[in-house]
Design a protein around this ligand. Structure first.
Ligand code: CLF
Ligand code: SF4
Length: 296
C-alpha cells in the first residue's frame, strides 16, 4: 500500500530523517534460504548474536500473525511489520504469504520487506499486491568487475551464474526491481555493506545509480569483521573505522538522503531499534543450537 514518504519518516524507525523517531518494528523470521552467496553471510540459529541473519527459530506465516497480535498488545510503539530473513524474502513464498495475512488483520501497520533484489522485478506485482509500503534492497556494488569479490554466485531460474556474469545479472535485476516498485509508490531504501578495498570507492556511484532508479534513502553498513566466513573475502580487509563510514555517508549524501541509525537487527528483533528487545519474551522459545542454514 502506498503511504506518503512524509508519513513514513515519522512512523518508520528505519526511514526517519534526522533524529530517531523512536517507533518500533517486529521482525518475523519466516524466510529461510537464499539465491545468492554473499561472502560475508553467516546465517545462524541462536539466541545470542545481535546481527542480521540470526534468529532463534523459523516460524510459519500463521505463527507470524500470532506474534504480531501478541506484540501490538504489549508494545505501543510498534508501527512496522518487517521481514528481513534470515535468508532472502523472495526465494520462498512465506514472506509474501505472511504480509497478505497481516495486511488483512492489521491494514494500518506499515509492511516492510528486505531483499537482495534478485527476484524483485520478476515478482513486483505480487509484492505490490501484498500491501507492502517500504522495501530495502541490499546493493553492494554497481560494478560487475568488483561485485564478485562480495557476492560470487547467483542462482536464477534453475541456473547457476558465477563471477562477472552473476554480478551483472544481480545488478541489473536490482535496478529493475527498484525502478518497478518505486514507480508503484513503494518507498525504497538501499543498504550497502561497506567493504574496504572492494566497494569503498564505489559508494558515490551506488548512491547515484539507486537514486536514479527511484530509491529514496541510503544506509551504509560497515562490514562486521568477526565471521569466520569472511575468510572467503580477501584476507587483508582492514576493519572499518567510524571516520571512513562518516566520510562515505557524506559522499553519498550528495546524491541521496542517508539513514544513520541502523542497529544491525536480528531477523527476529522486536521493539524500538536500539531500545529494549522483546524478541525473547514474545517468541518465548528461542532455542540455541548449532545449525547453520545452507545457501540456496
Ligand atoms: Fe526491519 Fe529493515 Fe524494514 Fe527496518 S530493520 S526490514 S528496514 S523494519 Fe532498520 Fe534494523 Fe537497520 Fe534494517 S535498523 S538492520 S535498516
Ligand atoms: Fe546472506 Fe542471501 Fe542476505 Fe547475502 S542476500 S547476506 S547470502 S541471506
Amino acid at each position: 500500500m502506498a503511504i506518503p514518504i512524509k508519513e513514513i519518516t515519522v512512523r518508520h524507525p528505519c526511514f526517519s530523517s534526522g533524529i530517531p523517531n523512536n517507533k518500533g518494528r517486529i521482525h518475523l523470521p519466516v524466510s529461510p534460504g537464499c539465491n545468492i552467496e554473499c561472502q560475508f553471510c553467516d546465517r545462524q540459529i541462536n539466541t545470542t548474536e545481535q546481527r542480521p541473519g540470526v534468529t532463534a527459530q523459523i516460524i510459519t506465516p500463521q505463527q507470524a500473525v500470532e506474534i504480531v497480535r501478541k506484540s501490538v498488545a504489549i508494545i505501543p510503539e510498534i508501527e512496522v511489520i518487517g521481514i528481513a530473513g534470515p535468508g532472502d524474502t523472495l526465494v520462498t513464498p512465506y514472506a509474501l504469504e505472511t504480509f497478505r495475512l497481516i495486511d488483512k488483520e492489521f491494514p494500518d501497520l506499515i509492511k516492510c520487506m528486505s531483499t537482495n533484489g534478485l527476484l524483485l522485478a520478476d515478482r513486483a506485482d505480487e509484492v505490490i499486491g501484498a500491501g507492502i509500503s517500504t522495501i530495502t534492497v541490499t546493493v553492494n556494488d554497481v560494478y560487475p568487475k568488483t561485485l564478485p569479490n562480495i557476492c560470487g554466485r547467483v542462482r536464477y531460474q534453475d541456473n547457476i551464474y558465477e563471477g562477472e556474469e552473476a554480478a551483472a545479472l544481480l545488478i541489473s535485476k536490482q535496478i529493475a526491481g527498484i525502478r518497478r516498485v518505486s514507480q508503484a509508490g513503494i518507498i525504497v531504501k538501499v543498504n550497502t555493506v561497506f567493504v574496504p578495498k572492494i566497494n569503498s570507492n564505489h559508494i558515490e556511484e551506488i548512491a547515484k545509480t539507486v537514486k536514479r532508479a527511484g530509491a529514496s534513502l541510503y544506509n551504509i553498513i560497515p562490514l562486521i569483521p568477526v565471521f569466520p566466513q569472511q575468510k572467503k573475502l580477501q584476507s587483508d580487509i582492514p576493519a572499518v573505522s567510524c571516520t571512513e563510514i562518516d566520510n562515505a555517508r557524506s559522499r553519498a549524501e550528495k546524491y541521496i538522503q542517508v539513514f544513520r541509525h541502523c542497529h544491525h537487527c536480528r531477523a527476529d528483533a522486536i521493539g524500538v531499534p536500539g531500545g529494549k528487545d522483546y524478541g525473547e519474551q514474545i517468541y518465548q522459545k528461542r532455542i540455541a543450537n548449532e545449525n547453520t542454514f545452507s545457501h540456496g
